[in-house]
Design a protein around this ligand. Structure first.
Ligand code: NAD
Ligand code: UDP
Length: 332
């Protein structure tokens, strides 16, 4: 089976490509490298011993995309490509709407033109906004608080409409919670440009001394210790979720949360990081970050029941593997 992986050089995409190659799928990556590096391809080869076909191309270029579809004859598409920085999306919303929406619409028209029926799409828990209760189930009301989240919600709507008009399509929307961790080899991991916004890449840099101190945003949330609670999931478990979605015999349009189902506070995560890595993380409490919510964690019952999804890795693994990747990539 030949799979197109858009954004396959990125953080989640690269880990998923490794799993696909390990299960003998044929993989073609399209990535414009706007937020990733070509070296990832060599690392994938080093881990798996297998080659992928790579096109450095922007999905917003419809003609180029059509040529690739014509040449490659895909059986399915996993669509990771997109811009994901929440703060930047507030500053430059058009960049996000243009990139995330046009790329997806181009992809859908090529799928239609070349008869590709199966799609797995990367959505996010951000589409739930501030949930009314926990854990979050797939049928909860949807609402977003920033342009990045709105692109995900709009794409979900586009997929629902396209599916309604073409019921022979097989579409899976995966709503990720907070992916962290890295490949056990230390070769693949999260490597954001500039100063990170997300918690784990920030913690890692403070532990390594690249950044002086972690600001913990808020100590008065309605949570176990006053700090924000999220559902951190190992990127390898997340990657596995994509393979299960590809192999799912159930057709139609399906939506699944991919999370562990367990909430972890900022302090719990930092304490675990210090303990398993035997390292100190300088920290201070600061004001809440605008737009942050108290707590967010998934009900993953639907994914467990319908996909056979089960998380293998613990918070300890996530902290260990994130730091291992950082130590192997000292220019982080
Ligand atoms: P990433 O930035 O590491 O990977 C995305 C890849 O897409 C990058 O390699 C980038 O170069 C590529 N890309 C972006 N726009 C493109 C375009 N127009 N044409 C071709 N390539 C393009 O991000 P990630 O963390 O691996 O996330 C993958 C997907 O999952 C994204 O859609 C993201 O929004 C979604 N997601 C991520 C998280 C997270 O916390 N990492 C959470 C929920 C959802
Ligand atoms: N957070 C923090 N300091 C940071 C980055 C994040 O205290 O430098 C907190 C944030 O307030 C939230 C949690 O860590 O409670 C996870 O934040 P992240 O940005 O990683 O994910 P998201 O908020 O998008 O779920």
């Amino acid at each position: 089976m030949k799979i197109l992986v858009t954004g396959g050089c990125g953080y989640i995409g690269s880990h998923t490509v490794v799993k696909l190659l390990e299960e003998k799928f044929e993989v073609v990556i399209i990535d414009n490298l706007v937020n990733s590096k070509r070296e990832v391809l060599e690392k994938i080869k080093k881990i798996t011993g297998s080659d992928v076909t790579f096109y450095q191309e922007d999905l917003c270029n419809l003609d180029a995309l059509k040529n690739i579809f014509k040449k490659e004859k895909f059986d399915a598409v996993i669509h990771f490509a997109g811009l994901k920085a929440v703060g930047e999306s507030v500053q430059i919303p058009l960049k996000y709407y243009q990139n995330n929406l046009i790329s997806t619409m181009n992809l859908l028209s090529c799928m239609q033109e070349y008869g590709v029926k199966k799609l797995v799409f990367s959505s996010s828990a951000t589409v739930y906004g501030n949930p009314k209760s926990l854990p979050i189930k797939e049928d909860f009301p949807l609402q977003t608080t920033n342009p990045y989240g709105t692109t995900k919600l709009m794409i979900e709507q586009i997929l629902k409409d396209v599916y309604q008009a073409n019921p022979d399509l097989d579409i899976t929307i995966l709503r990720y919670f907070n992916p962290i961790g890295a490949h056990k080899s230390g070769l693949l991991g999260e490597d954001p440009n500039g100063i990170p916004n997300n918690l784990m890449p920030y913690v890692v840099r403070v532990a390594m001394g690249t950044l002086p101190v972690l600001s913990i945003f808020g100590s008065d949330y309605n949570t176990i210790d006053g700090t924000g609670v999220r559902d951190y999931i190992h990127v390898l478990d997340l990657a596995k979720g994509h393979l299960l979605a590809l192999k799912n015999p159930k057709s139609g349009l399906k939506i699944y949360n991919l999370g562990t189902g367990k909430g972890t506070s900022v302090l719990e995560l930092v304490n675990m990081f210090e303990k398993v890595n035997q390292v100190k993380v300088n920290k201070k409490f600061t004001a809440r970050r605008d737009g942050d919510i108290d707590a967010c964690y998934a009900s993953n019952e639907k994914a467990m029941k319908e996909l056979g999804f089960k998380c293998e890795y613990t918070l300890e693994d996530m902290c260990k593997d994130s730091y291992n990747y950082a130590k192997n990539n000292i220019n982080l």
